[in-house]
Design a protein around this ligand. Structure first.
Ligand SMILES: *Cc1c(COP(=O)(O)O)cnc(C)c1O
Length: 224
């Protein structure tokens, strides 16, 4: 686990890159939310980041999210983003711990989340398989209209946007056309939020309209 000084430097470096990308794109910094992806990192490291002022954290695995949500319940203002696919039987953990779910792509999961959610509706983004990769999560763009029609009728879900995870590439410019396609798809369906961009391509994502970026490695170092 990295120490607090290193963590602070990492956050400052990422923040500077976000600001530069916003300026380049003519966007306001407050319109981009940095999600610190903390999957596989220990709760004490998340706590350090929270002490530095970070409030939004991303987790991939429902049970890990459940455990960290309990362990860090004292951290006021901390918001959890569930960013990985969830199985129907684990939907209850996401429904009770998360503020936002970024990986909605199955109706049975949508139904389970809506049933289990108590209080304010769960904000959800639909994951799109932007590059048409065979083994990847997410809907085909063509499947989106029918999916939205069903999911929007669920009382305890609030459909706010779309998520994409383009194929990894050494050149972040290769992600640009995927991000731009996601933005256009969201506009057509009146969805205002775009969750796109990781350590390797978040600046391109900001230029293409990301409202949530999901950054892990650049903040916390490599996962073990
Ligand atoms: C792990 C993960 C990230 C963070 O990736 P980094 O390369 O560590 O920034 C972002 N989004 C999703 C869906 C992830 O699973």
């Amino acid at each position: 686990m990295i120490d607090k000084a290193t963590l602070q430097e990492n956050f400052a470096a990422v923040e500077a890159r976000i600001v530069t990308a916003c300026t380049r794109a003519g966007r306001r910094r407050e319109d981009v939310t940095l999600i610190a992806v903390s999957k596989l990192h220990p709760a004490p490291l998340i706590r350090l980041a929270w002490e530095l002022g970070q409030r939004h954290f991303g987790e991939n695995y429902a049970q890990e999210l459940r455990d960290k949500h309990q362990e860090l319940a004292v951290c006021e203002g901390l918001q959890w983003h569930a960013i990985g696919a969830v199985q129907r039987k684990n939907a209850k953990y996401v429904a009770s711990a998360a503020s936002v779910f970024h990986a909605l792509d199955r109706l049975e999961v949508a139904q389970a989340l809506s049933t289990k959610r108590i209080g304010a509706p769960l904000a959800c983004l639909v994951e799109i398989n932007v590059a048409g990769e065979a083994s990847k999560a997410g809907l085909n763009p063509a499947e989106l209209p029918a999916f939205l029609a069903e999911a929007r009728s669920l009382p305890q879900l609030d459909l706010i946007g779309l998520t994409a995870m383009p194929p990894p590439d050494e050149d972040p410019e290769r992600s640009r056309s995927h991000f731009s396609a996601l933005r256009q798809l969201a506009q057509r369906h009146h969805l205002s939020q775009l969750s796109m961009g990781t350590t390797f391509d978040f600046e391109v994502a900001i230029e293409e309209g990301a409202t949530f970026i999901r950054v892990g490695t650049a903040l916390f170092g490599p996962r073990v």
